[in-house]
Ligand binder design. Structure first.
Ligand SMILES: *[C@@H]1O[C@H](CO)[C@@H](O)[C@H](O)[C@H]1NC(C)=O
Ligand SMILES: *[C@@H]1O[C@H](CO)[C@@H](O)[C@H](O)[C@H]1NC(C)=O
Length: 413
């Protein structure tokens, strides 16, 4: 299938839109590949293996058990958590809620946040003993300019994915979260559920896109280093005929192989689609979905589900009904939470059992934790085992049903 013949189908465009596409596409490409190939000197980590903190992590490595992976062990997740101006506290709270020593965490505050906020986030990460000892939390030192509705949001995820691939740590899945998201299961439960499915699966809810005309937008964020609103052109464009468009939740869970496929782009499709979507509104709802659904290699390795649920708007239901809807959904994550402190607190207390301002407890921190998880999680517990609760078993059942197999402990890529 030729993927490069979409151009002739894209008229009529205003001259402005055409110019915009050409310019932005070139920039998206260089943006993504430069971060991957390392031609860019961006100080992207405060706490990475190459930063001055490396000595500290190396010292800690003596006491920290190295994690074991593969059949019979839980998978490893890589989280890309992104926020904007004023989100420092939400990001740290989310980090504590989803933290497990096996995983990798990359925190990103976009260009809307000040350098001060970024430093504050990094110093917070350094102040938490567990993060420091396991050395698995990283902060991007320079925020990408983003408008969540534009292709700059896709570019930022690809940038984050490239950094996570480079940091290494043989992770199995990429999970992207926003500061306004929150988990509905403990990290142990999520790892338990994911232990039961093959590790090359993608979880991307998607459907064929039925719209015939897409508006053309210009996302200035691809060109500059401060956040800008995207602008709309008067142009529309027809559906391409070389590939089919798919649309879904902007928060899929991607396998490592598929992430590498998109970041390193060994074949033309991911790049072609990056160009195609570089002036599309809501590009995040299209990019990964369309690349996957048009790739024979990944189409059959995808489950049509993202294990996410939308937070019911406050005007639709009372507090209790909203909580019940979230918890009974069986999803792993929910978003977007607004000014929902009471709701989040109830999830902390009843679902995660997360102590006030603490890290969600799990099997790994069983050692040293007091009654009701009142004690702090301490380093040195078993990070190769997880403790599942009813929500974990429910999620595993949902996954097994979607994958169409019974749970198979140790299925592996
Ligand atoms: C994915 O599931 C939704 C319903 O949950 C459905 O509408 C959609 O058509 C499915 N996508 C594909 C490609 O089958
Ligand atoms: C993918 O699945 C379809 C049917 O569901 C099958 O016809 C096709 O051969 C499969 N492709 C690969 C590469 O396994």
């Amino acid at each position: 299938m030729g993927h490069s013949s979409w151009l002739p189908t894209c008229s009529p465009w205003s001259a402005f839109a055409t110019l915009a596409t050409v310019m932005t596409s070139v920039l998206v490409l260089s943006y993504v590949s430069s971060s991957f190939l390392g031609q860019q000197q961006a100080a992207y980590e405060y706490d990475g293996p190459h930063s001055p903190d490396a000595g500290l992590s190396a010292a800690a490595a003596a006491t920290v058990p190295t994690l074991r992976r593969g059949p019979g062990y839980p998978p490893v997740l890589a989280y890309y958590i992104t926020g904007g101006h004023g989100d420092c506290l939400r990001v740290t709270r989310l980090l504590k809620a989803v933290y497990h020593p096996r995983n990798r965490y990359l925190l990103h505050l976009d260009a809307g946040a000040g350098a001060y906020e970024r430093v504050r986030l990094a110093s917070y990460v350094r102040s938490e003993q567990v993060f420091l000892e396991y050395g698995n939390v990283h902060v991007i030192g320079k925020g990408d300019a983003i408008d969540g509705r534009g292709p700059s949001a896709v570019a930022a995820v690809l940038h984050g994915a490239a950094v996570l691939l480079r940091i290494g740590a043989e992770w199995d899945w990429l999970v992207t979260l926003d500061a306004a998201d929150y988990p509905l299961v403990t990290p142990d439960d999520l790892l338990y559920a994911l232990s039961s499915v093959p590790r090359d699966l993608n979880f991307i809810d998607h459907r064929a896109d039925s719209e015939n005309h897409h508006v053309v937008v210009l996302d200035q964020n691809l060109l500059q280093s401060t956040n800008a609103e995207i602008s709309f052109s008067s142009g529309h464009r027809e559906k391409p005929d070389a590939f089919e468009l798919f649309r879904g939740s902007p928060w899929p869970i991607l396998s490592r192989a598929f992430t590498e496929h998109c970041v390193a782009a060994p074949d033309n499709l991911p790049r072609t689609l990056l160009i195609y979507f570089s002036n599309t509104l809501e590009a995040r709802e299209f990019y990964f979905q369309t690349v996957m659904a048009n790739s024979p290699r990944f189409r059959n390795r995808t489950v049509n589900h993202s294990f996410r649920v939308d937070v019911p708007p406050p005007q639709d239901a009372d507090q209790k009904a909203r909580y019940d809807a979230l918890v009974s959904s069986g999803a792993a994550f929910a978003g977007r939470f607004g000014d929902d402190e009471a709701l989040l607190q109830r999830i902390d207390e009843e679902v995660l059992r997360r102590p006030l301002d603490g890290i969600t407890p799990g099997e790994w921190c069983a050692v040293g934790s007091g009654e009701d998880g009142a004690g702090e999680c301490s380093v040195g517990g078993n990070i190769d085992a997880v403790r599942q609760g009813a929500p974990g078993r429910k999620l595993a059942g949902l996954m097994a049903g979607l994958v169409g197999t019974g749970p198979c402990d140790g299925c592996n890529s």
